[in-house]
Design a protein around this ligand. Structure first.
Ligand code: SF4
Ligand code: SF4
Length: 338
């Protein structure tokens, strides 16, 4: 079944970066310690911040992220805290190295999904983007997680550096036993996206052209679903008759960082535009110009933050009208196997 996944009004989704440290240096990494902080959050703080987002009237889901979250020695305790607080689901997003013997310290009853990141169907492509040895580590991590009884998903961040290998992913996913495949569009944020700096040698990843995206992604998604694997991918380009909606206005997604910043829109994360902030473990609204002031702006191109920070994916006709509107980055298409 193929459907556009509307923003959920009845759930609260917490994307909780409990640290920004990582063993890898992926080319497209969006973590920006200057904007997000450099310290590991202590367990007591993690617990207090989880409690702040756990309403009794809505289902709350938490995704633990980093950096690499398994580098945090107290991740198992953080997961246990989320369970004690009544979180409906717990996900770990990992690069696959699974540090600190995490698989021996948590159980499939505590963790709904372990989500792995891989950016190439072959080691050469993946390792060029994510670092030497990361392909092998990821596949070994998937195998270990499956052997321990965990559900697994996999995220593939599409750019001009790996679009060609996306077609090879469905058979690989089937072979390694992935249950849910997330195709992601590369976001132009993080230190690597700053054209003034050059953090990594080699070519910079770029978003793929609209025609290539529309031609390739739905086809690969359908192929994946035909193998019994659920697929989710961002909508990106709205059809002419589809309404535009900003998740910041209608959904509850919170992107939390160790320095206490809480964003409603991931595209804003490179800037001090967060609309919420933890102060002494209390969540307070920030003043002045912030992301929430932008959500209401209506423009012909769709998402206002997309136009502000990554306008290269826009195209115009001869009368300067946009050829298409860009959807909220959180609007997804999903295909579930029949
Ligand atoms: S694994 Fe994640 S946090 Fe680490 S460098 Fe890669 S993208 Fe960044
Ligand atoms: S990506 Fe655009 S539409 Fe979505 S929350 Fe951010 S500003 Fe709103």
């Amino acid at each position: 079944m193929h459907r556009t996944v509307a923003f959920s009004r009845n759930a609260v989704n917490i994307f909780f970066h409990i640290l920004t440290r990582c063993n890898l240096r992926c080319r497209h990494c969006y973590i920006n310690p200057d904007q997000h902080g450099r310290h590991d959050l202590p367990l007591a703080t993690i617990r207090a911040w989880l409690a702040a987002f756990n309403p009794s009237d809505k289902q709350a889901n938490v995704i633990f992220l980093g950096g690499e979250p398994t580098l945090h020695p107290e991740l198992p305790d953080a997961i246990q805290a989320a369970r004690e607080l009544g979180y409906h689901s717990v996900t770990i997003d990992t690069n696959g190295y699974l540090f600190n013997h995490i698989l021996e310290k948590v159980t499939p009853d505590q963790v709904d999904v372990i989500s792995f990141s891989l950016d190439g169907a072959n080691a050469a492509t993946n390792d060029r983007i994510r670092g030497q040895g990361s392909y092998k580590a990821c596949l070994e991590g998937v195998a270990r997680a499956r052997a321990a009884g965990f559900s697994t998903s996999l995220i593939y961040t599409v750019s001009n550096l790996n679009l060609d290998e996306l077609e090879q992913m469905p058979p690989l996913l089937e072979k390694i036993g992935i249950e849910h495949f997330f195709i992601q569009v590369i976001g132009l944020r993080g230190p690597w996206a700053d054209t003034r700096s050059r953090k990594a040698a080699g070519p910079r990843p770029q978003q793929v052209r609209a025609d290539l995206w529309l031609e390739t992604i739905p086809r690969v998604a359908a192929n994946t679903a035909s193998r019994g694997i659920t697929v989710t991918y961002p909508k990106v380009y709205l059809e002419a008759d589809e309404p535009f909606e900003c998740a910041g206005l209608v959904a509850e997604n919170y992107f939390i960082f160790p320095n206490g910043r809480v964003y409603r829109c991931p595209l804003c994360e490179d800037y001090p535009l967060h609309s919420l902030q933890f102060k002494d473990n209390c969540l307070v609204e920030t003043g002045g110009i912030n992301e929430a002031r932008l959500f209401n702006l209506t423009i012909a191109e769709g998402c206002v933050m997309n136009k502000l920070i990554q306008p290269s994916n826009l195209a115009y006709n001869g009368r300067s009208n946009p050829r298409y509107r860009v959807a909220c980055c959180m609007l997804k298409e999903e295909i579930t196997p029949e």
